[in-house]
Design a protein around this ligand. Structure first.
Ligand SMILES: C[S@@+](CC[C@H](N)C(=O)[O-])C[C@H]1O[C@@H](n2cnc3c(N)ncnc32)[C@H](O)[C@@H]1O
Length: 273
């Protein structure tokens, strides 16, 4: 299949409108764990002008505001922006696209994006846009998931689809989901976009689940690409996949809760000049 960025962008946009009521309950407690290291890597301090791209329900924007930063959260999903405003009524949020940022050059001291890059049709364009809106010396910091062998929740679902279902369902082709899980590729991309002092770290996040079925449910309802693969399975295959993921999660039980490793990759760089 050939990559059609416009088709993939439209697919993701529709997917996020659909996932927004479920996203925060499914992933919020997990994705928030990066807030401290992400904002540190971006050098966010009181008075910093910060743009949080792909803000979702706004957890990173809220953490930046709590540091005394002057923050704007941006997302292309109207439903996500409505939820962010509901949760954080004193913070500025607006609809807009990571690939065509609605801000002038050199508007921000820091740009952050938490688990947004891997959903974009044109990630290199979004990185160039972040570079454009940063002031010289400003810092960019962003996270993606580690590869599926390490980010166990995703690994379990993808392996179960391969074993019990059909991974080759017709979906708009997108860029490789785990492209930036590769530290060398992440570094190369940021340096090519004009960032210096590039730093790449692993973050050891843990998905704390109260039920062994919760990982399957979260990915099936609160995500987009993998959720669409799951929706395209036959009912029998879907039940087999759900069972395999449940058994996989059960291996991480400790004192009645399930502690599933979900490491992330944090990358940051400085705009020279
Ligand atoms: C996995 S969620 C991350 C939300 C939030 N940053 C967090 O840490 O929980 C990805 C978000 O990216 C947004 N998104 C995806 N593609 C986008 C684009 N091209 N422009 C702006 N937002 C986008 C989605 O609407 C969704 O809210």
């Amino acid at each position: 299949m050939t990559l059609d960025p416009a088709a993939f962008h439209a697919f993701e946009k529709l997917g996020w409108e659909r996932a927004s009521p479920h996203y925060d309950g499914a992933f919020g407690a997990l994705t928030r764990q990066t807030a401290g290291p992400l904002l540190d890597a971006a050098g966010v301090s009181p008075g910093s002008r910060v743009l949080d791209v792909a803000t979702g329900p706004g957890p990173i924007a809220a953490a930046a505001a709590a540091r005394g930063a002057e923050v704007i959260g941006l997302d292309f999903s109207a439903a996500m922006i409505a939820e962010a405003k509901r949760q954080h009524p004193t913070i500025a949020f607006r609809e807009g696209d990571a690939e065509t940022l609605p801000f002038g050059a050199t508007s921000f001291d820091a740009v952050v994006m938490n688990f947004g890059l891997l959903h974009l049709a044109r990630p290199d364009t979004a990185i160039a846009e972040a570079h454009r809106v940063l002031r010289g010396g400003g810092r960019y910091a962003l996270t993606v998931w580690a590869p599926p062998e390490e980010a166990i929740g995703f690994g379990l679902v993808l392996a179960a689809v391969r074993e019990f279902g059909n991974p080759d369902v017709p979906l708009p082709e997108g860029p490789p989901f785990f492209r930036f899980s590769d530290h060398a590729e992440f570094r190369r991309t940021l340096e090519c976009a004009g960032f210096s002092d590039v730093r790449i770290h692993s973050l050891a996040l843990t998905w704390r689940l109260s039920a062994a079925d919760a990982a399957f449910e979260a990915i099936a309802r609160g995500g987009v690409r993998t959720a669409a693969i799951l929706r395209a399975q036959t009912p029998a295959a879907l039940e087999a996949i759900r069972g395999a993921v449940r058994r996989g999660v059960e291996r991480y039980e400790k004192d009645g809760v399930f502690l599933v490793p979900m490491p992330a990759v944090l990358a940051s760089g400085t705009k020279s000049g």
